[in-house]
Structure formats: C-alpha cells, structure tokens
Design a binder for this molecule. Structure first.
Ligand code: FA5
Length: 342
C-alpha cells in the first residue's frame, strides 16, 4: 500500500510538472486529492490493517497528499506569473511611435458667413424662420404683389415644377408665410436664411442656385431710417469701416420705395475690374419698405402697421469678405479652397 502511495505521488508530480494550463492543473487537483481520487481508494484498505501499520500508513498518505498539494500550489504560482507576463507583453505600448494625425474640418466659408450674419441679427433681436424650397407660385409671386403675367416676374427666371409650384426664386415667400401666420398682429422681427434657385447663367458672380438671407421687420412706426441704420450696421460689422456702401433707388413689386445696396469691390477697391464688371461696386442685397398691398393681402392693416424687408445674397457677402473672385468656388467641394478659411 505504501508503495502504491509513493507511485501515485510520482505520477502526480510528473503530470503536474508537465501541465502548462491553470484549468488542467485544477483538474489534476480534483483527480489526485478529490474524494473519489486514487489516494482515497488506497486509504479505504487501511481499515483491515493492524493499528500500528494503520497509523504509519495514515501519516504517509497525509505526507503524500500535502506533497502533491504543495506541488500544485507551486505550479499555480508559476502559471499565474507566466499569464501576467504574457498579458504584459501583449499590451506593451511603443511610446516612440508617431501619433495618428487627427483630421479637423473647417466651416465652409458660406456657412461661416451665414453663421456670422445670423449671430449679428440675433443680437439685434431677430428670430430665425425657415420656409420650403419647393414653393407655391402663390407665395413666391402672387402674395408678393406679382400677379400672373406681371412683367416683373421676368426679373427672376424660374424653375417651374408644375404650373403652380416652383423652386423658390428668393427667400421673400417666407416673409409672406410669417405675415400670414401672425394674423394681422405685429410686431415681427425675423430673418430667414436658405437656398434659392434661378435660371441664371453661371458666371463669376451668378449661380443658378445660391443662398439668400431674408429680413422682415414690421411694427407700428418702422421707417426707412430704421432700414438704413440696420443695413449700415450690417455693412460695418461684416466688412469693416474702410468699405463703402451705397443705396441705389431700385424696384421690387413687394417694396415701395425700394433700394439696392452695393459695396465697393474687394478686388479693385472701386477702380473697376472683371469681378465688378468695371463698375467698382458689387451688389449685395435688395431692400425696401414693405408694399401696402403685401401687408393687406397677408391680413395686416397697412394704416396700423408698416415695416421694411431685405434680401441678402450670402455668396456675395462671403466673396467680398474673403476676396473670393469666383462664386463657383463655393460649390466645387475642393478641400484646398475650403481649408484656406481655417
Ligand atoms: C430679391 O431676390 C428680393 N427678394 C430681395 C428683396 C427682399 C428685396 C425683400 C426687397 C425686400 P434680387 O433679385 O436683387 O432681390 O436678389 C437679392 C440678392 O441676391 C442680390 O442682391 C444678389 O446679392 C443675390 N443674387 C441675385 N441673383 C444671384 C445669382 N444668380 N447668384 C448669386 N447671387 C445672386
């Protein structure tokens, strides 16, 4: 029996020293030291032995079990240390490697100018409104004092979708929608930025799709002086003190009187070049006092309320501000162009 115990110890030690896996090691613990293990089996035969022999056999079996157990513990420490070393090796960081470059985008210059204009008007107490790009003829023209067949419709060559709907040619229909929603009750102070579409031939300063920012202010005592003050504030904030602006009498069926506002050309500063077509000026917006017919058609009493409206060409503002010579640069998605405005 004692020989058998020594044999089992040798077997266990051989198996333990060969294993390289913590789970297998645990299986070996169960196999040799568990209640159904071979050592326990051998011990069962002790009951037939004489008292002295039983005592000695018990002592030896305990020694064998504790030797196996010590062996398992030592192996466990060794395997755990190996596992940690392997994990550390896998997680090693090479701090000398160059970092990954982060690509940081920039605002498109047109978006930057739109944001700047929005902020300017918000500080002046305006709120922002939006309207649909596919618009009814009714809002785009008729309620703006441009009935069907009116010759001034030719000022804005249009992309019609059906007889009654089109891609809006300006942001002015939003004025009418806001007036209608107010149900004859002022005051109103809004801007509306958005895309507009015209069948214009593309050149350095014209595009078939461009952006406008509409403004509308309605109150009991709004005058042309308020409009002029607002436009001067706009020009001063966007272009600085050294730029000149001029207001030219103009015509829009939805404003009376009407003006067009020009700013000195960014390239030639007024002497005349290809950008400004030799005039020294670039037109940036149209404006005027809201026509009484427009107020009336949208449910406002023109005797109680009056106001002004304007429509800014956002590209023209961005071109002047950044000295961009061709409007088509805004739409080509050339990152080299966009990244100049970091
Ligand atoms: C209008 O669109 C009027 N709705 C503006 C207005 C609003 C007047 C409220 C009175 C009251 P106009 O067609 O002039 O007006 O266009 C306004 C601005 O849009 C122009 O001053 C110009 O800066 C810009 N613009 C016009 N056509 C183009 C184009 N094809 N490409 C780029 N910008 C353009």
């Amino acid at each position: 029996m004692l020989d058998r115990l020594k044999e089992l110890q040798a077997e266990a030690v051989a198996e333990i020293s060969k294993t390289m896996d913590l789970k297998q090691l645990n299986d070996l613990r169960v196999k040799y030291l568990g209640k159904k293990g071979p050592i326990q089996e051998v011990m069962k035969n002790m009951k037939d032995m004489a008292r002295e022999g039983r005592k000695a056999a018990g002592q030896i079996s305990n020694e064998v079990k504790s030797a196996i157990s010590d062996q398992i513990e030592a192996k466990k420490v060794e395997l755990e240390a190996l596992a940690i070393a392997e994990q550390l090796a896998n997680e090693t960081l090479d701090v000398t490697l160059p970092g990954r470059q982060q690509f940081i985008g920039v605002s498109h210059p047109l978006q930057a100018v739109t944001n700047e204009l929005e902020e300017l008007f918000i500080t002046m107490g305006y709120t922002i409104e939006e309207g649909p790009e596919v618009e009814w003829d009714h809002y785009n023209f008729e309620l703006l004092n441009l009935p069907k067949g009116h010759p001034a419709r030719d000022m804005q060559d249009s992309f019609y979708i059906t007889e009654e709907s089109l891609l809006r040619t300006h942001t002015s229909p939003v004025q009418v929608r806001v007036l209608e929603a107010a149900k004859g009750q002022g005051p109103i102070k809004i801007i509306c930025p958005g895309k507009v579409y015209r069948r214009d031939d593309d050149d350095a300063t014209h595009s078939h799709q461009f952006s406008q920012i509409e403004g509308l202010v309605i109150g009991a005592d709004i005058t042309m002086a308020d409009l002029k003050g607002t436009l001067l504030e706009l020009a001063r904030k966007m272009f600085g003190e050294d730029r000149e602006i001029r207001l030219r009498p103009s015509f829009f069926p939805f404003t009376e009187p009407s003006v067009e506002v020009d700013v000195t050309c960014s390239k030639c500063s007024g002497s005349g070049c290809n950008i400004c077509k030799g005039t020294g000026w670039i037109e940036i917006l149209g404006a005027g006092m809201v026509h009484p017919n427009v107020l009336e058609m949208s449910g406002f009493d023109p005797k109680a309320y009056q106001g002004f409206a304007f429509g800014i060409g956002a590209e023209r503002i961005a071109m002047l501000k950044y000295g961009i010579e061709d409007i088509r640069n805004f739409y080509t998605n050339d990152l080299r162009f966009i990244h100049q405005f970091k």
